[in-house]
Design a protein around this ligand. Structure first.
Ligand code: 5CA
Length: 434
């Protein structure tokens, strides 16, 4: 992409409405614009990151055996009356009336809809297990939307739903999602800590939240210090094997959200207990037959008897993750994208547009790298170009100036470490070429 043609409205000043660094930087880097309280348009640069994050989530869901579908954003109120949640959900639910005076709503989550789809189409235990998911916009009329995409009213969520014949099988589905979450966040360069959590309006008693520790996090959390010091790499996992030992290992130490905190643990763990703040990027639930009983999602069991299916649901805050990533990866100059989610891998700065040598080198590199390069071909001062490039945080910057070109060299800078090295054009093409 050529910056001269790209829609990238960066801001020099800090927007006053933004209280936390990720919100500030997303506005300044031209990634999002607010269109109404807690509702954002994703501009081209932000949209690229959102899609990268979404794709990692999707790949890890698929790998864990979940199947993607797409349910609508607008739902009929009847479904929610069946489960009893139409009244329970209260003011957070955006209620809509259509032209025939039918009660509709903008979905805050999809347990009811997926349960109805399942019950109408699956009749036998032989078709189980099933894990179905979609990545779709949700609406929750939050009392206090804030911090940009972190707590929006409209936000993108991945929500998966599992259906099993008995509690042991449901636990296996839960474990699959648990591990898929660890892998998903690790691939993005994030250290997510699984914590025992409350279930709120979703229900059930087995539940974990996945938190990224950050001072700006909205949740108070209590974790064993080993979690903070330890490291989870993106390990190879056999999803058909027994995942329980690995889940046990990852939940073996104390880590809870405030609601689940036992004050007695402070004495027990002493200095090993750390009170911190976390950003909840995922939340998984096993709620047994809460919805299947209420909505009659019943299959015939091995002996021909009717069995209400065991269910769980599994959410990832896809749009929130973009904010969480910036909270984890930034400095005073701007964002520092991990490569896996960067909008472009390479930023190309032409220091002397119009200079035949610089233009030629830039064009060669631009064509070689193709979709993964943002080429600053604007007629601007070098200082402006450097500042914008640091602000938008592409992992690699290539600086092409007349002095280097005369020696057949260009400069490569790592956004993360600030390290610079001089390389030949050929070496760069080999390294970054598509
Ligand atoms: N049905 C279940 C699981 S699919 C559910 O809705 N869970 S949830 O309420 O915990 O939401 C799942 C994830 O969505 C959360 O972990 C969080 O990362 C994200 N999320 C929730 N509310 C918001 C919001 N207002 N803005 C941005 N992300 C949100």
């Amino acid at each position: 992409m050529r910056l001269s043609a790209y829609f990238l409205p960066t801001l020099k000043e800090n927007p006053t409405e933004a209280q936390i660094v990720s919100h500030r930087l997303m506005l300044r880097a031209g990634m999002i614009r607010q269109t109404a309280a807690g509702i954002y348009a994703w501009l081209p640069l932000g949209w690229r990151v959102l899609r990268k994050v979404e794709q990692i989530v999707r790949e890890e869901q698929d790998r864990a055996g979940a199947q993607e579908l797409l349910m609508p954003t607008i739902q009929a109120a009847e479904l929610w009356k069946e489960s009893g949640r139409y009244d329970d959900y209260g003011k957070e639910m955006l209620r809509i009336t259509d032209r025939h005076d039918r009660e509709m709503l903008f979905g805050p989550t999809n347990e009811e809809m997926i349960t109805a789809i399942f019950r109408d189409n699956v009749k036998s235990y032989r078709e189980l297990p099933k894990i179905l998911y979609h990545i779709q916009w949700k609406f929750r009329d939050e009392v206090r939307p804030r911090f940009g995409v972190m707590r929006g009213r409209e936000f993108l969520m991945k929500d998966a739903y599992s259906f099993d014949i008995d509690p042991a099988a449901a636990r296996r589905s839960y474990n699959r999602m648990f591990i898929a979450y660890m892998k998903t966040f690790a691939r993005m360069g994030l250290k997510a800590i699984p914590m025992r959590a409350d279930t709120g309006p979703i229900g059930g008693d087995l539940s974990h939240e996945f938190h990224i520790l950050a001072e700006t996090g909205e949740s108070a959390v209590f974790v064993h210090k080993d979690f903070i010091e330890g490291d989870w790499q993106n390990r190879e996992v056999d999803y058909d094997g027994d995942l329980q030992p690995l889940v046990d290992e990852l939940t073996g130490k104390y880590a809870v959200t405030e609601e689940k905190h036992d004050p007695a643990m402070a004495d027990k763990l002493g200095a090993d207990l750390v009170g911190a703040r976390g950003i909840e990027v995922g939340h998984i639930f096993n709620f047994g037959t809460k919805y299947s009983k209420a909505m009659n999602a019943v299959v015939t069991g091995p002996g021909g008897e009717p069995v209400a299916v065991e269910m769980g649901s599994y959410g990832v805050g896809v749009s929130r993750l973009v904010g969480a990533l910036i909270e984890a990866y930034h400095d005073d100059a701007g964002i520092i994208w991990p490569e896996a989610v960067a909008p472009f891998k390479l930023g190309l700065i032409n220091l002397k547009k119009g200079d035949a040598g610089c233009d030629a080198v830039c064009e060669t590199l631009y064509r070689a790298v193709k979709d993964d390069v943002l080429y600053d071909d604007r007629d601007d001062r070098a200082g402006v170009k450097f500042a914008d490039m640091d602000l938008i945080g592409l992992p690699w910057q290539v600086v092409v100036g007349p002095k280097g070109v005369a020696k057949g060299l260009v400069e490569l800078k790592s956004r993360q470490t600030g390290e610079r090295q001089e390389l030949s054009l050929e070496a760069l093409v080999n390294r970054f070429g598509a």
